[in-house]
Design a protein around this ligand. Sequence first.
Ligand SMILES: O=C(O)CCC(=O)C(=O)O
Ligand SMILES: [Fe+2]
Length: 306
Amino acid sequence: MSTWRALAIWGVSCSQRSNVQAFAWAQPCLKLEAIFEPGDLPDTPIDFCPVPEAEGTVLARVTAIACLAAINSATVSYGSENEGDLFVNLVVFPPGRGKFTIKSADKMSGHTDGVTFPLRRCRDPLNDRIAPSPDFVCLSALRNPKQVPTTVMPLDHLMARLSHEHIEELQKPQYIIGSQLTFRDGMVDILGDELDVDDAQLLFPMNGSWWIRFSHSTTQIADIGQTSAQEAMDALKHACADCAIAVPLQPGDIALVNNRIALHGRSEPGSAYGEQTRWLLRTYGLDITDVDPSQWHNGSAFMLYP
Ligand SMILES: O=C(O)CCC(=O)C(=O)O
Ligand SMILES: [Fe+2]
């Protein structure tokens, strides 16, 4: 039931922490089964915040932080999303919250989280303070009675379905990426406007491999005349549909989804909310070695800018 048992069953020599980290970094999604005891929990909340104080949510959070630390990731948030809370509830919202209600009950197509933020060790072209997107999306399952799966699309599987021409196109700065819904209001407060990325590249060669950033719902081509850019993005979307692996999380499981070498999404939770309905906690992991002091919110040890 411990992180260390989970590490031990990976079947590699785990005596060295760097081996563990390298192994973890090679996995599009690391599912740690029954890694914490969910215990007694209140009814499923109906908003991102706050996470209810209960033994089960404390164990979920402590375990998530420990698992991320084991792979050299700090547990972080962004001030522009849910007011910077380090952990948020991923739950279905009741009617009356507009787009948030609709999205909360719907499936999600493949995306990386924090998609308008630069990759680690890169900078936003217009604002040096913008921190990198997360390396890991950490999902701790508290309830999932209908076994609604999170979905993971490994980048190497996607690449195998793309032509050489598509791969070339996806590396060109010819896309526009818009902000994801959960960040929009906070970005307006902090930056004065939503953060969009013009001239965005989606696919990046990285140490002999590839990293990606993409969101089905917020990415478009910059120039509508560029059919080759559109075709490459369409091919990526088709590949996502073919490559989605279902990862149904059970209470007590934690998934560390690699936000560089995988896209993720989920199946449809449906409109039932509260009571004993699906409840995940989400936080983010990031190797903060190269994060500049200016990329933190003033005085915070975990909240990144914006
Ligand atoms: O609900 C899930 O399984 C994943 C949700 C997700 O990817 C998100 O909220 O960005
Ligand atoms: Fe996500």
